[in-house]
Design a protein. Structure first.
Length: 122
């Protein structure tokens, strides 16, 4: 006796692809956005303890670009940031020195500044 089994997986592969697009990818996006919100909250909590009475301007300067399901099939991602004006304010008032080396940011790569490396004002 000889038993032969053939399975047509073409339909199954389409079902898996459909499931990935409709269920799995949105779940990944939701998880990434929850992680981004948690990171923003953590930075704001850190500001509350690191700075003396931070103002809403400082706290509201922390944010993130949310992930979305990409139409090109690429991987979703988030980007946490500190707004340019807030970063400059923290540099001048938080550290007591002027802006140092330029650093890129999501909103305007040429206008964001961070304190120069080395720790003290140069």
């Amino acid at each position: 006796m000889k038993v032969s089994l053939e399975i047509d997986v073409a339909g199954f592969e389409r079902e898996v692809d459909t499931h990935m697009l409709k269920v799995f990818r949105p779940a990944v996006v939701d998880a990434l956005n929850a992680a981004g919100e948690a990171a923003v909250d953590a930075v704001r909590k850190g500001m509350l303890t690191a700075f003396d009475r931070p103002k809403p301007f400082t706290l509201d300067g922390v944010g993130f670009f949310k992930a979305s399901v990409r139409s090109d099939g690429g991987d979703p991602s988030i980007l946490n940031y500190i707004k340019d004006q807030t970063a400059s304010y923290i540099d001048v008032h938080g550290w007591g020195c002027g802006a140092g080396a330029a650093a890129s940011s999501a909103s305007s790569p040429s206008k964001s500044y961070l304190r120069s490396e080395g720790g003290a004002c140069d």
